[in-house]
Design a protein around this ligand. Structure first.
Ligand code: BG6
Length: 524
C-alpha cells in the first residue's frame, strides 16, 4: 500500500479492463465515474481500454451512447467533457452469454484489437459485476480461453464483487473453484468499504500517532460499538435481499472490515500480506457464538411501516419482490468478543439495519471510567467517560470527548469535544470509493482486498448465527417501525451489560452551543 503522503500517485502500467455484467448498475453508477476521476487525476494509464461484456443486443456504438447519456447523473462532479471523449473512445462492447465459449473467443479478438489500437500491452483485469452464480463459470471460461495466463511479464487479474458465498460452505466452494484457474495473487475480492477514505484512515490514525497505541487495549477501553445504519429500505433490491438479509449482506464483509481495522495488531509493514495477516488474526480470534449465545448475543429485526417527518414508509413485507410473510431480517445487532491479549473481555457491539432513523456509519471507542473520583459532589456515575467516535459517513472525521471544568466558583464538570472533520482540513473529496480500489488492482496491490482465508474466517463467525436463525425462524417480525433505531432487543443487548448505544443525532448536538446556552441561562 502506498502510504507515503509526499509521493504523488502515478499512472499504473498499460492495461485493459474487462467488465462482465457491463450493462448493470455498477458500471454506470460507480466504475465508469471512478475511472473518469482517475483519468482526471492523471493516474489512469494513457494506454488503456475498457471492454464491456453482457447479454443483450448492445453494440460498441450503442453502449458508448447510453453511457454518454447516463454518466453525468452518476459522476460525483460535473464531468469534464474532453476527458469523457478520451475515455469513451476506449470503450468497447462484446455481447454474449457468460457460459458460452464463443463469447470468450470474441472477447479475445477484441482484446487483441485494443492491444493494437491502444497499446494495452496484454495486461488485463476482469471485473465480475455479475450475479454470484456466474463467478465460477466466468473464471472457468476465462481459463479455458487462455485469458488468465500470466506469461512474458503480462498480468491477468480478476476482481470479484460481493457477496462472496452465502455461507461458509459456499464461500469455501467458490474459493476452490476460483483457485482451479487462478492463483490467490490473481484474485481481488472487493469490499467497497475499504475504498472509503475514513476506513483507510482508521489504520493511519492508529499506527501513525504514538498517543493512541498505549490506550488501545482492554486496560483503557471499556467496549467498542460499530454502527452502519441506513435510512433507506431495500428499494428495488427486494429479490436479492430476500435471499440475503442484513447479516449476510453487511456483517462478514463491511462490518468485519471496520472491526478488524479497529482491533488488529500493528503490522510490521504495509505489505498486502502483512496487513491482511493481522486482520485475519482478529477474525480467527472472534469467539464463535454457541447456539445458546446466539439466542442472547445476536438480535435480528425486520422493519414494519413507519412515519418519518410526516412521510409514510412501507414495511419490508410491503416492498416489491418481497414475500408478504417474509422472515428475512433487515436489522442485526451482535455482541462479539475478541479472544486475544489486547481485547480479552472487551465487547464489540455491532449493529446494522435498513429503514433506521439516521444514515450513519461510525466506530465508537468507549474508554473506561477513571478509577477514583477527585471532585466533591460528583459521583463516579456522574462522570462522563472519554469516548472517541470515528465518523465514517456521512460525516467524516474523528471526535474525542473529555471532561472539562465548567467555569464558575462551584466545581462542575462538563463534557466537551475535540473534533477533526475531514472537510474542514482537506476539502470534500468527490469520489465514488472505487477509485483507490481500481487503481490498486491495476498496480497489483491487494492490501485492501479480501484474501481467501479472511473471507472464510468471517463466514465461520457468522455460520452459527445463520444456523440457529434458520432453525428457529423469527416469530415477532416486523419488530421495529421504519424510522426508528431498531428493535428493543438491540437496546437490551447493551442494557444487560449496563451500557447503551451512542444516541446518534441526539448526542451530536453542538456541545459548545449547549454549554454557552446553559451559562447564559445561569447568569440571567
Ligand atoms: C452493500 C449492501 O454492500 O452496501 C447494501 O449490499 C448496502 O445493502 C450498501 O446498502 C451500503 O453501502 P454504503 O457505502 O452506502 O454504506
Amino acid at each position: 500500500m502506498n502510504t507515503n503522503h509526499a509521493e504523488a500517485p502515478s499512472a499504473t502500467a498499460a492495461c485493459a479492463m474487462v467488465i462482465f455484467g457491463a450493462t448493470g448498475d455498477l458500471t454506470k453508477r460507480k466504475l465508469l465515474p471512478a475511472l473518469l476521476n482517475l483519468a482526471q487525476e492523471k493516474v489512469l494509464p494513457q494506454h488503456f481500454a475498457i471492454i464491456g461484456v453482457a447479454g443483450g443486443e448492445a453494440t460498441t456504438e450503442s453502449f458508448r451512447k447510453s453511457l454518454t447519456a447516463e454518466i453525468p447523473q452518476f459522476a460525483p462532479d460535473p464531468i469534464d467533457l474532453k476527458m469523457w471523449d478520451w475515455l469513451v473512445e476506449r470503450i468497447y462492447f462484446v455481447p454474449g452469454d457468460f457460459a458460452n465459449p464463443d463469447t470468450y473467443k470474441r472477447l479475445q479478438v477484441q482484446l487483441e484489437t485494443v492491444n493494437k489500437n491502444h497499446g494495452c500491452s496484454g495486461n488485463n483485469f476482469f471485473y465480475l459485476a455479475v450475479a454470484p452464480r456466474f463467478f465460477a463459470t466466468i473464471v472457468q471460461q476465462l481459463g479455458a480461453a487462455g485469458l488468465t495466463k500470466e506469461e512474458n511479464g503480462k498480468w491477468a487479474r480478476v476482481i470479484v464483487e460481493k457477496p462472496f458465498g452465502h455461507d461458509l460452505q459456499s464461500a469455501i466452494q467458490l474459493n476452490t473453484e476460483l483457485k482451479k484457474v487462478l492463483t490467490e495473487k490473481q484474485i481481488y475480492r472487493i469490499d467497497h468499504y475499504l475504498g472509503k477514505e475514513t476506513v483507510q484512515n482508521v489504520m493511519v490514525f492508529r499506527f501513525s500517532n504514538n498517543i493512541i497505541e498505549p490506550l488501545w487495549n482492554r486496560h483503557y477501553i471499556d467496549h467498542v460499538q460499530i454502527t452502519a445504519a441506513e435510512t433507506v429500505g431495500v428499494e428495488h433490491r427486494g429479490g436479492f435481499y430476500e435471499t440475503a438479509g442484513a447479516l449476510r449482506d453487511m456483517v462478514p464483509n463491511h462490518l468485519f472490515q471496520l472491526l478488524t481495522m479497529t482491533a488488529m495488531e500493528p503490522p510490521i509493514s504495509f505489505d498486502a500480506d502483512e496487513v491482511r495477516n493481522k486482520q485475519a488474526e482478529i477474525l480467527h480470534a472472534i469467539q464463535p457464538l454457541t447456539p445458546e449465545e446466539v439466542l442472547t448475543n445476536a438480535v435480528r429485526g425486520q422493519y414494519g411501516p413507519g412515519d418519518v417527518d410526516g412521510k409514510h414508509l412501507p414495511g419490508y413485507r410491503e416492498e416489491p419482490d418481497v414475500d408478504p410473510q417474509s422472515n428475512t431480517e433487515t436489522f442485526v445487532a451482535l455482541k462479539l468478543l475478541v479472544d486475544n491479549w489486547r481485547w480479552a473481555g472487551v465487547p464489540f457491539y455491532l449493529r446494522t439495519g435498513k429503514s433506521l432513523a439516521q444514515r450513519t456509519t461510525e466506530i465508537v471507542v468507549q474508554f473506561r471510567r477513571t478509577p477514583f473520583v477527585l471532585f466533591r459532589n460528583t459521583t463516579v456515575k456522574n462522570i462522563e467517560t472519554n469516548r472517541m467516535v470515528i465518523h465514517i459517513q456521512p460525516e467524516e472525521g474523528i471526535s474525542l470527548s473529555f471532561g472539562a471544568k465548567v467555569p464558575g466558583s462551584v466545581m462542575r464538570l462538563g463534557l466537551v469535544n475535540m473534533d477533526f472533520d475531514y472537510d474542514t482540513y482537506f476539502g470534500t473529496e468527490h469520489s465514488t470509493g472505487y477509485e483507490r480500489l481500481l487503481r490498486d488492482c491495476m498496480a497489483g496491490d491487494a492490501t485492501l482486498f479480501q484474501r481467501a482465508d479472511m473471507v472464510e474466517a468471517g463466514w465461520s463467525v457468522i455460520q452459527p448465527i445463520l444456523d440457529v436463525w434458520h432453525a428457529l425462524p423469527a416469530r415477532n417480525f416486523p419488530n421495529y417501525p421504519a424510522g426508528s433505531w431498531g428493535p428493543a432487543e438491540a437496546d437490551e443487548l447493551l442494557a444487560r451489560d449496563g451500557r447503551t448505544w451512542r444516541r446518534i443525532g441526539e448526542e451530536d448536538v453542538d456541545l459548545r452551543s449547549k454549554h454557552l446556552a446553559e451559562r447564559k441561562a445561569a447568569t440571567t
